[in-house]
Design a binder for this molecule. Sequence first.
Ligand code: NAP
Length: 518
Amino acid sequence: MTMKLKSFVNGQWLEGGGDTVTLLNPATEEPLAESSTSGIDFAAALDHARTIGGPALRSLTFADRAEKLQALYDVLFPHREEFIELSISNGGNTRNDAKFDVDGSTATLLYYVDVGAALGDRHLLNDGETTQIGRTPRYGGKHVLSPLHGAAVHINAFNFPAWGMIEKAAVALLAGMPVISKPATSTALLAYRMTEVIVNSGVLPDGAFSFVAGSSGDLLEHLGPQDALAFTGSGDTAALLRGMDAHTHRSARVNVEADSLNAAIMGPDIESGSETWQMMLNEVTNDVRQKAGQKCTAIRRVFVPPAQVDNFVAALQERLEDIIVGNPAEADVRMGPLVSRNQLDDVADGIEALGRQAGKVTGSLHPGELPGVEQGKGFFLTPHLFLADDLSSAPLVHEREVFGPVVTIMPYNDVPPLVAACAAGGGSLVTSVYSDDRKFARELLVELAPYNGRLTLGNNKVAGKSPGPGTVLPQLVHGGPGRAGGGEELGGTRGMSFYLQRTAIQGYSALLDKFFPD
Ligand code: NAP
């Protein structure tokens, strides 16, 4: 009998009825757990969060809430090894990839402890100083930020069950909003176990944190004007959710983190084998391999000057062919499977479509015998590298996010068509520029900024010191325009603005300063 996951809503653990979804180990296809949320009263769950969790959090200052986040860290961290094991078994992650998710979650939590502690003993935030708006300084106005009185619903993608849940929760809880968190069902085991630890610890007030183990049922239909939905996942699901009455008619807030066709660009000044060339090679290789390319920030498109194409293709091919693919529970394995049969089918379809427009340099959908894998089991493929003739010969590269270990190299000659090709992705989470030529680097950063949520500049001053474009840091905003969803998360205190209402208050300046001191 596999374990049945429960949801934690309304202050209690509830088991759904009816048909269940089976969670698997994607390397062995062994069933690990069942989940169902059918029959759960989500309207009551929302009500509990809004009426019990919300007031409890709002009665605390930012410093108090920071202490709660520290307490969460203190209860979660001792379970690190257990979380890593769950990430390996249910997520198909190697140990290093599992750490990326699990340690990323606790590091983000700790970062927001510091943000909250620095904000101190206040319940509200000011946005700017009091400004004179009348003829005398007596009459002024200022902007105040206060937590919404609803609930924050968080829907996460399958690839980062730990980080996705905790990074969103840390920001919302610090802002003073209760959270209802829903992981993607296929990899929910890790988020479920983290929730058990959180709930059993009792460190959060009643109603501050709820958890949906599976489908969100009719939860989103009940969202109202004071609620907020932070969604991470595919653009198609985002479009569906955005069109719901809760957002179109009741203006419940919605933040979307969706697909992205991220790019890496080699400057014309870069010589084969130089420090910066090596840095780019490392970062592209890592993005193809890490989590089997199932990372929203992974590099999908690589733009290289014609003179460097042959060398870079050969070097990347060698690196990708060296990656040991197999059961991530085996110590030598560097890349695990995709998370599900559906993902493998979707990626295989994307690879076939790409292969009609660009030349395949390496990669197989039938990798044969793999370490620790029973023949025919698991959702495996090897890293794929494609080479396109020019910027426009494979239009699909700029249209379709193939969410796996797949990357395409394209030669470019001039800056304007290069920028246009980057922009053809429709808006990205991140683009990385590798150049030691300051004029080229600045021009690219300026031109690409409107099309990206984040830009990274790689050069010989930071080679070996960068976490790579694929790593999202809590200090900097995460999100991107257009197809990337148009959302924004993290970025220090900026991330909290999604959960706070900005209100302009005008009146007697001296009193406003007294009521809302800086
Ligand atoms: P997905 O199918 O859109 O699912 C994402 C989440 O939405 C899951 O929790 C899923 O739950 C839920 N969901 C699906 N349909 C729903 C509905 N009708 N109502 C409410 N919830 C619904 O995406 P995915 O395939 O899991 O994730 C991969 C995608 O996410 C990729 O495109 C990737 O680029 C994107 N992603 C973006 C970021 C970012 O920060 N920008 C980060 C990671 C991933 P179930 O699992 O229960 O169906």
